[in-house]
Design a protein. Structure first.
Length: 266
């Protein structure tokens, strides 16, 4: 535990744990969707983007299981393959998904504007930087390398399947805090663009920040997001803020560029 005694601003915290896609890289959280749609297409199932995004934030194997459990996806799978989806099908999809996700994530590893500056400002305030993801470590390897080239290298990373359960369980947060030596959880900030990630932070007892603009909720590239009609953009952001707060977020901001001012003022 830190010896800090400050109870306001950044002094309230010792650690910030960031998600990756849609939070620190890949504006719009596009890479996972591209890979999931292609993986299902290889088995004759046309997966639509809206359905693919419902369970975003979970470990990829859990995400695949959740997709196969959706009635319309299960029906499409049965029609294409002649049988109901099974755990063997999860394994087959994951075999396809690994290389697809790794390649898509590598291409979409551009930092979200403000990400590197935010991490630097937190470090300057004596705050550690953790990270977690629904990607496996194999999928994350090229992302880590590209992020480091752009100025972002967290102190710690937890990947899918490195804890007994992924999001929305708090186990990835527990692992990060144990290995970085940070407690209590009230001195930890969890930042995520998915409802599953917000629920994870809430379950751990962290101060939890949801992102409305850069991630899974809007689901648009930065260029497409900025091209939205202002009224349409405001409508979408309002809906996502409401869903994030319903999931347990203490604070909702548009992107990580807004995090440090928000924590200082909170």
């Amino acid at each position: 535990m830190s010896d800090k005694t400050a109870t306001t601003g950044l002094g309230r915290f010792d650690l910030v744990i960031f998600d990756w896609a849609g939070t620190m890289v890949d504006f719009g959280c596009l890479a996972p969707i591209e890979a999931l749609i292609e993986a299902f297409a290889r088995h004759g199932v046309a997966l639509d983007e809206t359905t693919a995004r419902i369970d975003m934030g979970k470990a990829k194997a859990d995400h695949v299981r959740a997709l196969l459990a959706h009635p319309e996806v299960a029906a499409a799978w049965a029609a294409a393959t002649g049988k109901q989806p099974s755990e063997a099908d999860v394994a087959a999809l994951m075999d396809d998904l690994g290389p697809l996700m790794r390649d898509a994530a590598a291409k979409a590893a551009e930092l979200i504007p403000g990400a590197a500056d935010t991490a630097a400002a937190l470090r300057a305030a004596g705050i550690k930087i953790g990270s977690s993801t629904g990607y496996t470590r194999e999928m994350m390897a090229p992302v880590l390398a590209r992020a480091a080239e752009q100025g972002y290298a967290p102190d710690h990373l937890v990947c899918a399947n490195e804890t007994p359960q992924g999001r929305p369980s708090p186990l990835m947060i527990y692992k990060t805090c144990a290995e970085l030596g940070v407690w209590p959880f009230s001195r930890v900030v969890k930042v995520d663009d998915s409802e599953a990630g917000v629920a994870e932070g809430r379950a751990a007892g962290c101060f939890t920040v949801g992102l409305s603009a850069s991630g899974n909720g809007v689901g648009l590239s930065r260029q497409a997001y900025e091209a939205l009609d202002p009224a349409e953009r405001a409508k979408r952001l309002s809906a996502i803020e409401a869903s994030m707060k319903a999931a347990g977020a203490d604070l909702v901001i548009e992107t990580v560029a807004d995090l440090v001012p928000a924590l200082r003022g909170g």
